[in-house]
Design a protein around this ligand. Structure first.
Ligand SMILES: [Cu+2]
Length: 163
């Protein structure tokens, strides 16, 4: 999917670095408030180094890893093209919501990237504290007279942040 040639690779690396630096410079304020629902760094293009790929399909959230150490975590949300769409079945757009389990067992939103069409990929960098999380898509589509809730369809999976 992301085919690289020998000549393109250095340019892509430099571009990626530039984006990372831009995100880091612009994200100073976010770093201090990583848990308050800030968007963190968001970009499109190639997967950032060290990111955790999270596949979004009908109807599952498929991270390549189900845990990470506490601190800065970058999720690379990808609306995978490796599935077909029945017309009217929904699933044209997916989100990635990162939610943290609170003491009372409910979930609070830590960060999200939204509106990923098929083939889209977006990065989401968050400062995560140890605990139990969920990676989810909470899109609700109305197709005809039917509301299709992606979460209800199965688009969530547990994720653990270790201390
Ligand atoms: Cu979805």
């Amino acid at each position: 999917m992301f085919r690289r040639t020998a000549t393109l690779l250095p340019a892509l690396l430099i571009l990626s670095l530039a984006l990372l630096i831009a995100a880091a410079c612009g994200g100073d304020d976010d770093d201090d408030h990583g848990m308050d629902g800030g968007m963190g760094g968001m970009m499109t293009g190639n997967a950032p180094a060290g990111s955790i790929r999270v596949g979004l399909v009908n109807w599952a959230v498929e991270p390549e890893k189900t845990s990470a150490p506490a601190g800065e975590v970058t999720f690379w949300a990808v609306h995978d093209m490796a599935h077909t769409h029945d017309s009217g079945a929904g699933g044209d757009i997916h989100d990635l919501q990162v939610m943290r389990k609170t003491a009372d067992g409910s979930f609070e939103l830590v960060g999200e990237v939204k509106d990923l069409r098929m083939g889209d990929a977006k990065a989401l960098t968050l400062n995560l504290t140890p605990g139990e999380y969920e990676l989810a898509c909470t899109v609700v589509e109305v197709v005809g007279d039917q509301a299709i809730g992606h979460y209800t369809k199965g688009m969530w999976t547990p994720f653990t942040v270790t201390g």
